[in-house]
Design a protein around this ligand. Structure first.
Ligand SMILES: Cc1cc2nc3c(=O)[nH]c(=O)nc-3n(C[C@H](O)[C@H](O)[C@H](O)COP(=O)(O)OP(=O)(O)OC[C@H]3O[C@@H](n4cnc5c(N)ncnc54)[C@H](O)[C@@H]3O)c2cc1C
Length: 412
């Protein structure tokens, strides 16, 4: 058994950023538990699938991105004992802590859609949400010259849900440039009654949808996949996976439909990792399994020395790296305040972001809050949410550098 002042579960975007911040503030015993030897920058997966970045650009060795002075335990957490201030590892070892920060992200629930897991092994099905399948998605979209392509966005909480649509716009722009767009039927399945949910953003996306001739099925979800016959069944959304941060729970009004596909790019339903669901950290009745924190202070509502942020926290915002960038500041400040013997008072304001890559040179930059109201970083510059080349430059070329060199070090 070992003891550390701060233990962080998950060395992804949230875990490393908050570790870096705490270390830079002078906390000397911060340890991150992370099993993977490679760190992945997930926002770039959409660009890779859309043919405007290489897969190698989205990964780096975990050792190379660990903030200096932060410890790394390359282990998997299996269970939590918050009453004993302890974490149980897959190796059987226990690690105790003064403060615990929980950020293991979300899992992709492939088995929630009948037939989907088997279909992933067939030649025409891919997903840009799973790193190993991203190059396949990229190849399938690049090589399609005619036929039907179906893209799906799941109901319920998802990592940057709007990212489900990004490779579609990038591929359409490519097909238009290569003269085959007219021979391809593009179908997008979305769980909500509109394409995104904020009128200003919906207008921009709808303009691109009309430009590319995309057929959108609103209020609809993927019901099943028949990989042997290249067919999907889609139908009205029956309800999200429960409390958490989903915006799409509810009933759709469309009808059940069978669609033949030549290419299928699926984004599966998502939830907190199974091991986390079975601990005492989620709220009773939250089938999504997210850590029950105060959505503003990000402190657990029942365990005073437990915190959560990023995709695994039951906050109200749409989950994204942009959201957790704000959350890392809040958690770091509040933990420091607590260690100083005062009550945590820093609050997360619900900010989140989704940069829609609507062509291979433009982005619609949606910044909004947990009530789906526009929330531009630069106040009054609301027109940043229009299609812009400048946003593309930032999203594709500047942000990856900022991520590797500043965000993961707790500097931004
Ligand atoms: C295709 C795609 C596109 C996206 N596009 C954008 C975008 O454009 N803009 C944006 O802001 N966000 C985007 N996101 C969302 C963003 O990537 C996530 O919100 C962000 O990575 C969440 O960070 P996290 O640290 O909570 O989880 P992650 O970054 O997923 O990290 C979780 C870590 O926890 C580790 N872990 C899991 N279980 C255990 C365990 N039992 N023990 C120890 N460690 C464990 C995992 O190995 C992982 O390293 C996108 C996501 C995807 C998938």
């Amino acid at each position: 058994m070992t003891h550390h002042r701060i233990v962080i579960i998950g060395g992804g975007n949230a875990g490393l950023s908050v570790a870096g911040r705490l270390q830079r503030k002078g906390i000397d015993d911060v340890v991150v538990i992370e099993p993977r030897g490679q760190h992945r920058f997930q926002p770039l997966f959409s660009h890779v699938a859309g043919g405007v970045a290489r897969a190698s650009m989205a990964v780096r060795p975990q050792a190379s991105v660990m903030p200096e002075g932060v410890g790394w335990l390359q282990e998997t957490v299996m269970d939590l004992e918050p009453d004993a201030d302890a974490v149980v590892l897959a190796s059987g070892a226990r690690v105790t802590y003064d403060q615990l920060i929980v950020c293991p992200g979300m899992q992709l629930d492939w088995d929630a859609v009948p037939g989907l897991t088997a279909a992933l092994g067939t030649p025409s099905v891919a997903s840009h949400y799973e790193f190993d399948l991203v190059p396949k998605a990229s190849r399938l979209l690049r090589d399609l010259r005619s036929g039907t392509v179906v893209f799906t966005q799941p109901p319920g909480p998802a990592k940057c849900a709007g990212a489900s649509q990004k490779p579609m716009y990038l591929a359409c722009d490519y097909w238009r440039a290569t003269g085959v767009l007219g021979d391809i039927r593009v179908v997008m399945v979305v769980p909500d009654p509109t394409i995104f949910g904020i009128p200003e953003i919906d207008r921009e996306l709808e303009r691109k949808i009309a430009e590319y001739g995309i057929e959108v099925r609103y209020g609809i979800e993927l019901r099943s996949v028949d990989g042997a016959n290249n067919t999907v069944e889609i139908g009205p959304v029956s309800g999200g996976p429960g409390a958490g941060a989903g915006f799409s729970a509810g009933s759709g009004s469309g009808s059940v439909e069978q669609l033949h596909y030549d290419v299928l790019n699926v984004v599966p339903p998502q939830s907190a990792p199974d091991w986390l669901k079975s601990t005492s950290l989620p709220a009773a009745g939250d089938s999504g399994g997210f850590v029950e924190v105060d959505p503003e202070t990000l402190r657990h509502v029942r365990y005073d020395n437990v915190w959560a942020l990023g995709d695994a926290a039951a906050t109200r915002n749409s989950k994204s790296g942009g959201a957790l960038r704000k959350q890392t500041k809040v958690v770091a400040e509040n933990v420091l305040t607590l260690l100083d013997g005062r009550e945590p008072a820093t609050r997360y304001d619900g900010y989140t972001v989704c940069p829609f890559t609507v062509s291979r040179s433009t982005v619609v930059f949606a910044e909004f809050d947990d009530a789906y109201r526009l929330k531009p970083t630069i106040p009054f510059w609301t027109s940043l949410s229009r299609e812009r080349r400048l946003s593309w430059l930032f999203d594709r070329h500047i942000l990856p550098w900022v991520y590797w060199h500043m965000i993961l070090k707790g500097r931004a």
